[in-house]
Design a protein around this ligand. Structure first.
Ligand SMILES: Cc1ncc(COP(=O)(O)O)c(C=O)c1O
Length: 323
């Protein structure tokens, strides 16, 4: 079977995720459960779309080596897709990767490159990108998926997630979106503003991220924030930006679980906290139909957000009970 036919065969398993609707804070909240995607997260959508388009155009052949800098869900999605297609994938990761993800990458990929030198901002992103560029120059038939700058990242959200949300949530009034590469925000906001301009789009970022021109500061939660302004942000149309602290994300994850029984990752907790803050200061009513995504499950955060000892670095234990 050709790579293209193989991709067609699993296409229906990515996207069309369910929405769980709950009544909280005097609003109707629709929670898009993105961890139901085939390989476990929202990043299955852009990883699949980028590879799909490159296979379709002939840019990727059976001997192409796929290279990407990611320590998170994007690497896991790419590793699974490349393994399925019989393609070599080299993920470039850093020491902040969680141990289960590293183990899975080592199982699925013959080569995993770990960078250990911090860049000028104190993070690893710029070092990882330099490593990707060096690997690409060494592999003559290589393809850098480049999630930060590839339009097929945000276009998959424009084509799928944005349309799905509009179909699944009648009377939609607000959408809250976590930001890292800006792909979700750009694609979703473009689709929603085109079809229903009255919907308010709220971007949620973490303290210390420079995406929305805040001063840089160390960040300890993966999945949201960035140490550079992502080029895809230029396609986004948003009305408001909220920043949440590490403490607030810890609270948000627990509140999300206690209020809805959804056990989700850091960006979900961040967005839920953003919604709680927003509706504590703005008038709410059952006429407010609010959408958020849960990009991944809480399992990958057992050593961090769901580990009281780790959380104690940010806030006191007695406030951390309940799960
Ligand atoms: C768990 C999680 N949430 C949110 C995001 C942010 O998505 P985007 O890169 O589209 O801004 C990511 C991206 O990696 C993620 O892994």
């Amino acid at each position: 079977m050709s790579m293209f036919d193989k991709l067609e065969k699993i296409k229906y398993l990515i996207g069309n995720t369910p929405v769980h609707t709950v009544e909280v804070m005097n609003i109707t909240l629709g929670i898009k459960l993105e961890y139901f995607n085939l390989f476990g997260s929202i990043k299955d959508r852009p990883a699949f779309n980028i590879i799909y388009e490159a296979v379709k155009s002939g840019r990727i052949g059976q001997d192409t080596t796929i290279i990407e800098s990611s320590s998170g869900n994007f690497a896991i999605a790419l590793a699974n897709i490349c393994h399925y297609l019989g393609l070599k994938f080299i993920p470039v990761v850093d020491p902040n990767i969680n141990k289960d993800y590293l183990q899975l990458l080592k199982v699925l990929c013959s080569e995993v490159i770990m960078v250990t030198d911090r860049d000028a901002t104190g993070g690893y992103l710029l070092t990882r990108i330099r490593m990707v560029e060096s690997l690409c120059s060494k592999h003559p038939d290589s393809f850098w998926t480049n999630q930060y700058n590839n339009p097929h990242n945000y276009l998959c959200y424009y084509d799928s997630l944005g349309r799905e949300l509009l179909n699944q949530l009648e009377g939609l009034t607000h959408v809250f979106i976590a930001v890292s590469t800006g792909g979700t925000l750009a694609g979703l906001s473009k689709r929603i503003k085109e079809e229903k301009p009255s919907v308010e789009i709220v971007a949620v970022d973490i303290e210390g991220s420079v995406i929305f021109n805040q001063p840089p500061k160390s960040r300890y939660i993966s999945g949201l924030g960035s140490s550079m302004v992502p080029p895809l942000l230029s396609h986004a149309q948003y009305d408001k930006v909220l920043h949440v602290t590490h403490e607030e994300i810890i609270d948000g994850c627990r509140a999300l679980y206690n209020d809805t029984h959804i056990f989700a990752g850091g960006s979900s907790g961040a967005v839920y906290q953003g919604i709680r803050q927003y509706f504590s200061t703005h008038a709410s009513s059952h006429e407010c139909v609010v959408a958020m995504c849960c990009p991944d499950r809480g399992n990958a955060y057992m050593d961090t957000l769901y580990n009281n000892e780790w959380c104690n670095k940010f806030k006191k234990t007695e406030q951390l009970c309940c799960i």
